[in-house]
Design a protein around this ligand. Sequence first.
Ligand SMILES: [Fe+2]
Ligand SMILES: [Fe+2]
Length: 270
Amino acid sequence: MKLLYLGDVVGRSGREAVIAALPRLKRELGADVAVVNGENASHGFGLAPDMADALFAAGADAITLGNHAWDRKEIIPYIAQQKRVIRPLNFPPGTPGDGVVDITLPDGRRVLIAQVMGRLFMDPMDCPFRALEGVLARVRLGVTHAAIMVDFHGEATSEKMAFAHRFDGAVTAVLGTHTHIPTADHHVMAGGTGFMADVGMCGDYDSVIGMTKEAAIGRFIRKMPGERLHPTEGEATVCGALIRIASDGRALAVEPVRLGGRLAPAMPSR
Ligand SMILES: [Fe+2]
Ligand SMILES: [Fe+2]
């Protein structure tokens, strides 16, 4: 089995690039499942329902969110119906939506997608480790599910790496999102869990993590709120990772995907 994961889709340029590339990427890479992070799809902040529908129509099987989950309020009634959009598991009890989605492939195999959010340099949240332990008490890699993929949405590479080691062998992959910068640490850990601290954003890299340079620079210089941030509209780089998965659910390889825009390209072979 192969799972394609694409990182934070930022604004119009990110959406258009993903919607154009995803059907071809899925076909050419032979991906059985595609997951996309959509927390910044709506002008950099949140995910509007029509944009979620467009990502599903392009071939996404699930969409994850993050700290920008609630920036577009229309998502709240939407995720009550559309269970393939998930938000971090470790929001407090009573938060709308779910932190996991169970996907059944045409051949009957089940794939579980979960998302947790980090706590270093992020808003206070419940414990991401305990949140995933709660899920893993109900499912078993290679027994109930052919793959279990966890999106770790967070700022700190140390927290992401510690989390992946804690669950090494119990999940197929821990893939990072949120920083909007792809890391070069993609590998399979000793116990068989694939890891990449951040898969990068699907957005225009002639920017500050997808946002207009002038406004972002001004915030650092003046330490005042200043101009509102807007996503840049140049050509996006589609960033993600392809996980090759063995029949026991463990990762065989984690390979970076980078297509278009300003970053150096990377494309797994089929
Ligand atoms: Fe993001
Ligand atoms: Fe985020």
